[in-house]
Design a protein around this ligand. Structure first.
Ligand SMILES: C[S@@+](CC[C@H](N)C(=O)[O-])C[C@H]1O[C@@H](n2cnc3c(N)ncnc32)[C@H](O)[C@@H]1O
Length: 255
């Protein structure tokens, strides 16, 4: 089945009212600090938040940088980001309406999994200036031992997800798009699976199918995800990978 941009926007349109409370990672300040540590924003920087959603990442940069721009496909999500941004553009990440080398920093959290790849990451690298940084963040499987079960869970929870990653995948995308000095950090988010699956866009049947994957999960999956079970509810330790890369090329002298 082909997943269109309209499918993605329809999915997130349903999730928009409750998105910020749909996972503990959404508003996790430690995860936000790690992202800032890789992005290293300064007061002169122009920053682009790709797939800004409701602006949970954007607001980490609000007031700290010279200009903050957000782009997203889904109006209901992105309108919530507008108060935190200098400019909001409703557009697809694969076709950014910006000149080459426009931004000092481009960030994208939990977005590339829905996009045409590698095109979207190549666009991020195109619009960042030489010496600027691209930071991508996504949930990943721990390794091959949990990937099949975890990707099934991720697919059930979000049917418009198109890409599923192992930890090395994000850094590889940045390197293939031309970034140098790539580096990664990881972060583990503790999620109550029943809360996480109640995203406002999937029916109870899918939520039950997710519980069923946890019930019959392999010992390897249970160990890697440190799955806990109490009264039929599951807690999962989900892995985020944060990858950053620098665009090569001559850096313009400071004005
Ligand atoms: C899981 S949310 C992440 C939002 C935000 N970055 C965060 O970390 O909370 C994914 C967002 O990606 C947007 N999105 C998905 N595909 C996109 C595309 N091709 N171009 C622009 N935005 C896209 C969706 O509309 C949605 O708002």
């Amino acid at each position: 089945m082909t997943i269109s941009r309209k499918d993605v926007a329809d999915h997130f349109g349903l999730r928009a009212p409750t998105y910020d409370n749909s996972s503990s990672w959404c508003t996790d300040t430690d995860l936000g600090e790690l992202l800032l540590d890789l992005a290293r924003p300064g007061p002169q920087d122009r920053v682009l938040d790709v797939a800004c959603g409701t602006g949970l990442v954007s607001r980490l940069f609000t007031g700290r940088v010279a200009e903050l721009v957000g782009v997203d496909l889904t109006e209901g999500m992105a309108e919530q980001a507008r108060p935190y941004l200098d400019r909001l553009v409703l557009t697809a990440a694969e076709d950014l309406p910006f000149e080459d080398d426009t931004f000092d920093i481009v960030v994208c959290r939990q977005g590339i999994q829905f996009m045409d790849l590698p095109a979207a990451v190549e666009e991020m690298v195109r619009v960042v200036r030489p010496g600027g940084r691209v930071v991508v963040v996504n949930l990943c499987a721990y390794d091959e031992r949990d990937s099949e079960e975890y990707f099934e869970i991720l697919r059930l929870r979000n049917p418009v997800r198109r890409h599923f990653f192992l930890p090395s995948g994000l850094e590889e995308l940045l390197a293939k798009a031309g970034c140098e000095q790539t580096r990664t950090r990881s972060y583990v988010s503790v999620e109550d699976v029943d809360v996480w699956s109640d995203n406002g866009a999937i029916e109870e049947e899918r939520r039950e199918a997710i519980r069923e994957v946890y019930r019959r999960a392999s010992p390897e999956f249970r160990a890697l995800h440190a799955v806990q079970e109490a009264d039929g509810r599951f807690t999962d330790h989900m892995l985020f990978v944060l990858a950053a890369g620098t665009k090569p090329g001559p850096v313009a002298p400071a004005q």
